[in-house]
Design a protein around this ligand. Structure first.
Ligand SMILES: Nc1ncnc2c1ncn2[C@@H]1O[C@H](COP(=O)(O)OP(=O)(O)OP(=O)(O)O)[C@@H](O)[C@H]1O
Length: 548
């Protein structure tokens, strides 16, 4: 036979562990007359799972088979003895594959530990329905083969882990490079409430314990999760985040666990889920309380056993990830209402950490504002931006309902309004298009205090100006007579008319600009294309006049 000359083999093409094992068991079949050969891998704790099964008796059910060693002291003893064992005819023994296979009594059965340098790697079993098929002479041969299989199994698993880690790192790096990410920035704050959080994060970071971050929206739960990851022994591994809210069950499963090629229409290739991408690192599950009920048992299994199947896949996939979950809803209530599984709740909430709201963090507001401003100063035209004393005071007094996220956005908006110069309190007070209020004020107080300064009102409070109403914000719901009178005062306009007038006013304020940092879309926090179609729908042109 001529020598095979294809030398295009490169490490990246290395055979998968499963293929290697298929080849080995196939070759073994030529020497040993088995009907079922199974290689089981050991998870290092208690479980043996089928890695490869070959022979006419193997079946897809077997591929999912696993067994607990604590329930099988006979197998544990066999692994300890590190010697193959041939079960003789009539010898009583527990049938390993009892649950999935019906083998006749007295069938031939040979079991051999897979041990490498004294470390248990797994187990090899050979079965044949007929009695006495395996000669005693075959036992020592299988002992030698088992050592080779142990090497192949260990190397295959190591190569797989390395490959997954490489891919994950590359994917995560690309993802981070593609964003304006805050992942590597400071974690500002020195208030007692914040220092307590830092203390807890430092404490729990080193352990592999699941952490549950609780807190209002925008308080910095994801930021805290990133810091926790960076402080943990997994910091060299990836940090992968998934927002569980608004994910339909079908999408959530494939996002979490990936899918096999052709598992559903449009699944053109194998795609790894976040669990696999996070291997060796941390998986951050944001808004875990919103996870669809159908997925919760699958997540529980992945957390408990470290294994799952890709959508459309049969082979179990194993990963080692640390879970950090976050929620802004009360998970206890979700459990009581049956929306969240209790067992999953206990699994993820081993170490809860509450991230305080900005209201509880005192002077941290100023540190954070300075931090955000220092980042913005790096942008062209804004290097001279600074806060006036009144602006600093206003920030301290304001009730930041949207927390750090709201503060961050407000600082950016203020820099734009201040045209990269001195930021006044009024630049930060511009909150018609967000729900922030000063700590002392109600919504109506805020509207009226703004309207007390006519120029300010016109320039920075376009809704009130646009509607021509003395009170654009409804009165507080104290139920007093004065309140009822206030409520009755403004004419109620159709929503479309309010939208039209408001868009016109914002456009006028932006001098007809739709795009760019000082464009209306930016202020309205919508895409310019969305604003354009809204303008078409409302009949408003760029100069803010009604068309037609
Ligand atoms: N201590 C901090 N230092 C710097 N930036 C922070 C800090 N905390 C939060 N941020 C920034 O504030 C914004 C909101 O934070 P984050 O997304 O972590 O909040 P969250 O609590 O996870 O919000 P949600 O509940 O909406 O998911 C992000 O842009 C984040 O980078």
């Amino acid at each position: 036979m001529p020598l095979h000359t294809d030398n295009s083999f490169i490490p990246g093409d290395a055979l998968s562990s499963a293929t290697t094992m298929d080849i080995v068991l196939d070759a073994l079949k030529e020497l040993v007359d088995y009907e079922l050969a199974v290689v089981l891998g050991w998870d290092g704790k208690d479980t043996l799972r089928v890695h490869t099964a070959a022979g006419p008796l193997s079946s897809p059910r077997l591929a999912k088979f696993s067994l607990s060693l604590s329930g099988r002291p006979d197998l544990e003893a066999l692994l300890r003895a590190d010697r193959p064992k041939l079960f003789s005819e009539g010898e009583d023994h527990v049938d390993t594959y009892d649950e999935v296979l019906d083998l006749p009594e007295g069938h031939s059965c040979l079991v051999s530990p897979l041990i490498l340098h004294g470390r248990t790697i797994g187990l090899l079993t050979l079965d044949n329905r007929r009695c006495g098929v395996f000669e005693p002479s075959v036992v020592s041969f299988i002992g030698v083969v088992s050592r080779l299989i142990a090497v192949a199994l260990a190397q295959g698993e190591a190569a797989r882990a390395l490959r997954t880690q490489n891919e994950t790192l590359a994917e995560e790096r690309n993802r981070l490079l593609g964003q304006d990410s805050d992942a590597f920035r400071d974690f500002a704050g020195t208030s007692p409430a914040w220092l307590e959080v830092i203390g807890l994060i430092k404490l729990v970071a080193a352990a592999d314990t699941p952490v549950l971050l609780l807190g209002e929206t925008g308080v910095g739960k994801e930021e805290a999760a990133r810091v926790l990851h960076r402080l943990s022994p997994r910091s060299d591994g990836p940090f992968v985040a998934l927002n569980c809210s608004a994910l339909p069950a079908s999408l959530a499963e494939s996002e979490l666990f990936g899918h096999e090629k052709g598992s559903f229409t449009g699944a053109q290739g194998l795609r790894k889920g976040r669990f696999e991408l996070a291997a060796g690192g941390t998986l951050f599950l944001d808004e875990i309380g919103e996870l669809p009920a159908e997925i919760q048992p699958k997540l529980l299994r992945a957390l408990q056993e470290g294994c799952f199947e890709r959508v459309g896949g049969e082979r179990p996939v194993y990963t080692d990830v640390r879970i950090i979950a976050a929620t802004h809803v009360d998970l206890n209530k979700a459990v009581a209402e049956g929306r969240f599984r209790e067992d999953l709740f206990y699994r993820v909430s081993v170490f809860p950490v509450r991230i305080p709201s900005l209201r509880e963090r005192g002077q941290d507001v100023l540190q954070l504002a300075e931090l955000f401003l220092s980042r913005l100063r790096l942008r062209s035209g804004w290097s001279e931006a600074y806060f006036s004393p009144e602006a600093l005071d206003g920030m301290l007094r304001r009730e930041w309902t949207g927390n750090v996220r709201e503060l961050k956005n407000a600082v950016e908006r203020a820099v734009i309004l201040a045209r990269g110069g001195r930021i006044e309190a009024v630049h930060l007070q511009n909150s018609e298009w967000q729900p922030g209020r000063t700590r002392e004020q109600t919504g109506s107080d805020q509207a009226s205090s703004l309207s007390r300064e006519p120029g300010l009102n016109r320039e920075f409070f376009p809704l009130a100006a646009a509607l021509g109403s003395p009170r654009a914000v409804p009165a507080s719901s104290s139920g007093s007579e004065a309140d009822s009178a206030d409520r009755a005062q403004p004419a109620i306009l159709p929503l479309k008319e309010v939208q039209r007038r408001y868009v016109e006013a914002v456009l006028a304020f932006c001098e007809g600009r739709v795009y760019g940092p000082q464009g209306a879309a930016r202020f309205l926090e919508i895409k310019p294309t969305t604003l354009q179609s809204m303008m078409d729908r409302l009949g408003v042109d760029r100069k803010g006049r009604k068309q037609g």
